[in-house]
Design a protein around this ligand. Sequence first.
Ligand SMILES: NC(=O)c1ccc[n+]([C@@H]2O[C@H](COP(=O)([O-])OP(=O)(O)OC[C@H]3O[C@@H](n4cnc5c(N)ncnc54)[C@H](O)[C@@H]3O)[C@@H](O)[C@H]2O)c1
Length: 353
Amino acid sequence: MILTVHTETPYQILMERGSLDCVGTEAAKIFGPGTRAAVVTDSNVGKTYAQRVVSSLNSAGFQARVFSFPAGEEHKRLSVIADMYTAFSEQGLTRSDFVVALGGGVTGDMAGFAAATYLRGIRVLQIPTSLLAQIDSSVGGKTGVDLPEGKNLVGAFHQPSLVLIDPDTLRTLPPLFFADGMGEAIKYGCIRNHTLFSLIARGDITAKRDIEPVIASCVNIKRELVERDELDNGDRMLLNFGHTFGHALEKLHGYQGLTHGEAVGIGMVMISRCSEAAGITEPGTADKIAGVLQAYGLPVSDRSDPQRIAQAARLDKKSRGNSISLVLLRKIGESFLHPLPHEKLGPFMQVLS
Ligand SMILES: NC(=O)c1ccc[n+]([C@@H]2O[C@H](COP(=O)([O-])OP(=O)(O)OC[C@H]3O[C@@H](n4cnc5c(N)ncnc54)[C@H](O)[C@@H]3O)[C@@H](O)[C@H]2O)c1
């Protein structure tokens, strides 16, 4: 699959099994000979894949060096970015050189942010290796880090020069993270593509079986929404389906015991139950979503008090002024933004009590 994302500077998304060994030849179509490449990766992905990427880059005439940091969201912080800047300057990166983000969403967001800010911006090539990164975070240019005060509070928009997806890397992804990514894929089906939803609903998609059409459909939806709304002020917000209640749940659980994908899945079911009760969404939609989530081992309900969920949702960073922009479905495959004043959120959620 080859897709072009028509942002201010267009770039391509390539997907092919085994393409990790072609990073060098693909990079040579964009970057000049002898260019330096800083391959940023985490401790898990690096030990399995970094050498292959470095060999491919070096055989194509680049000078590649690896920067590895400990895996995990808890390392998505500014001190690690500072270490990246040091490594980049020790390697002698200039503005004609580039960064390679090799890993999941944490690596992509951090390497992208370091590239966006080092020397006021150098180019970045995204090689996503988790399902979530392949279908979502590697495309669209959102980069950043967490602060102790909250997730993704510092960041920049910095579109990649190329996204290279090798679905074979998913064979080593731990099952929990594969399921997490499937939660996001189900979200894409819900907001934009009934056919994708039905494909996933078969319940038998694995890293080895039929994952390519799922990745291709999701990436294409992301491409379309990013092209229409590069800076996330309008239609791109449809990607937040399930996130309003999902973020609230993550917060109520103290960011432990519930993964992001699990929380978003529960959030999709909850908000659809509310909008069905309000006569907005086709009846039976929430049950359909719950059925597909369960097929991939994802939870569909939570015991948190709905009024506390509403309270946490009002404080969400996506809340603007006195209202919150909810993403609702008319039916599977059709979504829209629905602004709701804060005081109406409690009554809207009454059905969950
Ligand atoms: N920029 C965006 O648009 C955007 C969108 C959604 C999420 N995100 C961010 O993405 C992050 C979550 O991404 P994630 O779930 O990929 O997390 P992650 O990067 O931490 O990866 C999950 C785990 O899987 C491991 N891993 C990744 N690929 C592997 C592979 N092929 N084989 C073996 N292990 C592998 C990682 O080492 C890690 O332990 C969050 O920080 C979130 O904020 C960003």
